[in-house]
Design a protein around this ligand. Structure first.
Ligand code: MG
Length: 397
């Protein structure tokens, strides 16, 4: 694979926080990818909600299948742009490791619970997972990933968190949020691949669930253009019984068009800016992008999904219950840390001696809850509260 001058080359990596001898048969980014795939946090993604609660159907996306789709789209675009596919794959597979159970509803609830203790951000949490929470090596906490993978994982970060990271790791992955520079092209690409993936699979899952209909999608230009194209080429898809094939054919065309658009628009931006290295990319404006037309269409699709799917009463109801689970668990563990798994109870005791013991104790609880799968959170809620209001939503009845 020939890399462009502006791609991240593992030979030039800024390295790992703890020095390790190079692997004989793998590049440093392949090695990062392998460490992520073997992590416990990665395996838990299979039981974490993307939009629909994990139990609601076996065919809905979970955080794991979402991450695989992001990796697939990202790699395919990376190859066309001569970027580093291995790095894109590592970032894509790790980008959601810090997500709480119950999707964004869970993250919002945990952020509310943590408001007085420094807040909770899932991107920051993904970094905590790979830097600290995974315990697999004798000589250090975390997975000891390269700077470039960690840079990509920390997609967003508040100023306060960036300052805290910068204090511990001067010139590290927090710095760009303070001096407002960009991450590598591989990291930029993962952000856009994430958006392309969820816009498309949430439409698919939305239709599968029956909460949105194919007819409703006629108001979404990005989808409808390709629905018409599919019908023009395959008129028999008009038949209602062929609805699913029509949906898939339109989604396939929509995905291809977005991938081709990103490649074309980014190629143009790269020609104009002509960065001579990965570091020159970091000093430039964002370069991985949609064309203006595709950006507007993608935005309109997001607005539709927000209105018709993410805020659908049925989704909101399930998410409201899920938030209650997170809040109750937080209160319960904060009051009784011994109810957590042993390693977290131990951490909680150690936190009690920290200079800022209250915040440190709450952080242990947040780490514990954030690491839970949907179903484990529901079971813990039942065990601690003696209530079963959520058995139905977890499919445990
Ligand atoms: Mg994602």
């Amino acid at each position: 694979m020939t890399l462009a001058a502006y791609a991240c080359d593992p030979v030039d990596s800024r390295g790992r926080r703890y020095a390790q001898a190079p692997a004989i048969t793998r590049s440093e980014y392949q090695r990062d990818r392998d460490r992520i795939v073997h992590s416990s946090a990665f395996r838990r993604l299979v039981y974490k909600t993307q939009v629909f609660l994990n139990h609601e159907g076996d065919l809905f996306r979970t955080r794991l299948t979402h991450s695989l789709e992001v990796a697939q789209l990202g790699r395919s675009i990376a190859r066309s742009l001569q970027l580093n596919e291995d790095l894109v794959e590592a970032i894509a597979l790790a980008h959601d490791l810090g997500h709480t159970p119950f999707g964004h509803a869970g993250q919002d609830a945990l952020n509310d619970c943590m408001a007085a203790y420094g807040g909770f951000e899932h991107n920051r949490q993904s970094l905590r997972v790979v830097d600290k929470l995974e315990q697999r090596y004798p000589q250090f906490d975390g997975l000891n990933l390269t700077f470039e993978t960690r840079e990509g994982i920390l997609k967003h970060c508040s100023q306060a968190n960036a300052q805290a990271i910068e204090k511990r790791e001067p010139g590290g992955v927090g710095q760009r949020f303070l001096n407002l520079t960009q991450p590598s092209l591989e990291a930029q690409l993962c952000n856009l691949a994430d958006e392309i993936a969820y816009n498309s699979h949430d439409l698919d899952d939305g239709v599968r669930s029956g909460l949105i209909t194919l007819d409703q999608l006629q108001e979404v230009a990005l989808f409808d253009d390709f629905r018409r194209q599919a019908l023009a080429e395959f008129p028999h898809l008009q038949n209602k019984a062929q609805g699913r094939r029509l949906l898939y054919d339109a989604l396939r065309r929509m995905l291809s068009a977005q991938v081709e658009d990103v490649i074309a628009a980014t190629t143009t931006a790269l020609q104009v800016t002509a960065p001579i290295s990965a570091d020159a990319v970091r000093q430039s404006a964002p370069l991985v992008q949609f064309s203006a037309e595709m950006r507007a269409k993608s935005q309109a699709l997001k607005v539709f999904l927000l209105r018709c799917l993410y805020r659908h009463p049925q989704v909101m109801h399930a998410m409201g219950q899920a938030q209650q689970v997170v809040r109750s668990l937080f209160v319960a563990y904060l009051a009784s840390p011994q109810e957590m798994a042993e390693s977290f109870t131990t951490r909680s005791k150690v936190a009690g001696d920290a200079p800022n013991a209250v915040n440190a104790g709450a952080r242990v609880v947040a780490d514990y809850i954030a690491g839970m799968t949907d179903r484990f959170a529901v079971r813990e809620h039942e065990r601690l509260m003696g209530l079963k209001p959520l058995s139905a939503i977890a499919g445990l009845e």
